[in-house]
Design a protein around this ligand. Structure first.
Ligand code: IMP
Ligand code: MG
Length: 175
């Protein structure tokens, strides 16, 4: 028998849609006249990225990077590696990193350092969700969708052990 974890709704699909729209308006305002490179962190950001770019009314470039993930544990190992790199040149570009969730901040902090070495014209971070109580490194999020409590969340691209990415809403995983 496969045990189904108990899910409790945290952010509904309607709230997500409104949040994504708000973020798109903020991003549009700041990138007028530019042609930014949006970099999504795989796999968690792909649903968010798909919705976000369709709300952005300006030319943009898109790429994805895959970083080492949690495996099946709920805690970060603290070590991040690039598993699948970028195909696009970063130098001189206005780069916007798109992430599903900032937890300890270790992943986004690693990626910022990694990208900064490639000399982008500017570098900003857009995160759908943030767990501020869990930060272990200083992180500044330029565009934030939702602050979430210190609970494990799934849905809208975000997984637990590769499951639940397909749920249209965001849920907390209850014990
Ligand atoms: P950080 O390096 O601790 O900030 O973790 C970032 C990554 O861990 C995210 O991109 C997610 O892939 C994963 N993660 C952190 N918290 C959660 C969660 O509550 N649910 C699912 N994945 C999570
Ligand atoms: Mg992720």
């Amino acid at each position: 028998m496969v045990l189904q974890p108990r899910l409790k709704i945290l952010v509904s699909r309607d709230q997500i849609a409104k949040g994504v729209e708000r973020l798109a308006r903020e991003i549009e305002r700041d990138y007028q006249g530019k042609q930014p490179l949006l970099i999504g962190i795989l796999k968690g950001s792909f649903v968010f990225m798909a919705d976000l770019i369709r709300q952005l009314d300006f030319p943009l470039e898109l790429d994805f990077i895959r970083l080492s993930s949690y495996g099946s544990a709920r805690e970060t190992s603290g070590k991040v590696r690039v598993i699948q790199g970028l195909k696009t040149r970063v130098k001189g570009k206005d780069v916007l990193v798109v992430e599903d969730i900032v937890d300890t901040g270790i992943t986004t902090s690693f990626l910022s350092d990694y990208l900064r070495k490639q000399k982008p014209a500017s570098l900003k971070l857009c995160a759908l969700t943030d767990k501020p109580s869990r930060h272990r490194v200083p992180i500044s999020i330029d565009y934030l969708g939702f602050t979430v409590p210190d609970k494990f969340i799934v849905g809208y691209g975000i997984d637990f052990d590769e499951r639940s990415r397909n749920l249209p809403d965001i849920y907390t995983l209850e014990d």
